[in-house]
Design a protein around this ligand. Structure first.
Ligand code: KG4
Length: 351
């Protein structure tokens, strides 16, 4: 079965054709990073206008490079949340119109579900039956969470960030250091050769004073990155000069160390607490070299296999959306079409 996936939840305009959930026949992406860079972050109005301008040609590109046509695909999958409402609407309306015109099923996919599915979309990935229950560390630009996956489409959210996401912390940290946007890859680059132990930035929720906890999830499995960003800001303000060279590398390496340490520590706690057969990491921040090394070391220490998504599918793409949609069809959970986008969509069990 060949599915055309469409993804416009934030600032990537993407379309892809995937066969039987895993075989990526094409993966066309127009990244709008250059358009948003002057503003230091994504501007929703600019994002949606660029989706309007680029989506038709990106869909054509995905079909052409897969050697497919509108007639030869079997279904259309689209991200309907979470994300920016005005961006989601562009992909959603296009997908809905195509599905109606072509008389093909439309499958709505949760963006985070797509990220988690992407760990299966590479050669040699184990079959789903071998890996559940699986712990998922989801680290995209807008979200950081730990998810217990009991099977395909069966999710229990164990913990989440109570403020900024890890990606957001890296983006904001890079902005404080005047390094540009997006921050994750630039911080990784500047941190090369830096000393990660030079400065001890906070890991979030470290205080032993447990105080009042108002959130639904276990405090020990939640993340907090806003204090880290403030700590960097305070550190830089106290310097009487703009950090450069080795000093800048040390700051970037220490900051990256705090983010990746916080993510790895919570993952380790969850692995100890639950019966887990494997764990995975997905989303843009999972590209980070230091995070990959720490999680690989954790896998070696615990003997629990780790699945990482292929680098080409870590940041936003439509192949992961088509891949996840295939599972819904395969398990017969597909075909009630969403009627609208949902910017705050949560991971939920497939009914
Ligand atoms: O998954 P993604 O494309 O966006 C959402 O679905 O929200 O992730 C984008 C995030 C950005 O915050 C970016 O800074 C981060 O992924 N990122 C990285 C790296 N490459 C991208 N963070 C750390 N290290 C990287 N190499």
């Amino acid at each position: 079965m060949k599915i055309l996936g469409i993804e416009t939840s934030c600032d990537e305009t993407a379309a892809a054709v995937v066969e039987d959930g895993r075989n990526v026949l094409s993966n066309a992406i127009y990244s709008q990073i250059a358009k948003h860079r002057p503003y230091g972050g994504v501007v929703p109005e600019i994002a949606s206008r660029n989706h309007v301008a680029k989506l038709p040609s990106i869909i054509d590109e995905a079909l052409d490079s897969a050697g497919e046509t509108y007639d030869s695909i079997d279904a259309i999958a689209v991200t309907y949340g979470p994300g920016l409402a005005s961006s989601l609407l562009i992909g959603f309306c296009a997908a809905k119109a195509l599905a109606q015109r072509l008389n093909k099923p439309l499958i709505g996919v949760n963006h985070h579900e797509g990220h988690l599915h992407s760990v299966f979309m590479k050669d040699g990935a184990p079959s789903e039956d071998e890996v559940f229950p699986m712990l998922g560390l989801m680290v995209s630009g807008g979200d950081s969470s730990l998810v217990l996956m009991k099977g395909i489409g069966q999710y229990e959210l164990l913990g989440s960030t109570i403020d900024d996401a890890a990606g957001e912390a890296l983006d904001k940290g890079a902005s404080v250091l005047k390094l540009g946007y997006p921050g994750g890859p630039i911080i990784q680059q500047i941190a090369e050769g830096g000393n990660p132990k030079a400065i001890r930035f906070p890991r979030g929720l470290e205080s032993v004073d447990r105080g009042k906890w108002i959130y639904k999830y276990d405090r020990d499995l939640c993340f907090s990155f806003s204090g880290l960003k403030t700590s960097l800001l305070t550190y830089v303000k106290k310097l009487d000069h703009e950090p450069k060279g080795q000093e800048l590398s040390d700051i970037a390496a220490s900051y990256q160390e705090a983010v990746t340490d916080a993510l790895t520590k919570r993952t380790e706690r969850a692995l100890k607490r639950f019966e887990i057969k494997s764990f995975c990491c997905a989303g843009g921040v999972s590209l980070n070299k230091v995070l990959r090394e720490k999680l690989t070391a954790l896998s070696e220490k615990t003997g629990i296999p780790l699945l990482l998504c292929p680098p080409s599918l870590c940041t936003d793409n439509a192949a992961m959306i088509a891949g996840a949609a295939y599972e819904k069809i395969r398990l017969n959970k597909a075909v009630d079409e969403p009627n609208d986008v949902n910017p705050n969509l949560r991971l939920a069990d497939w009914a």
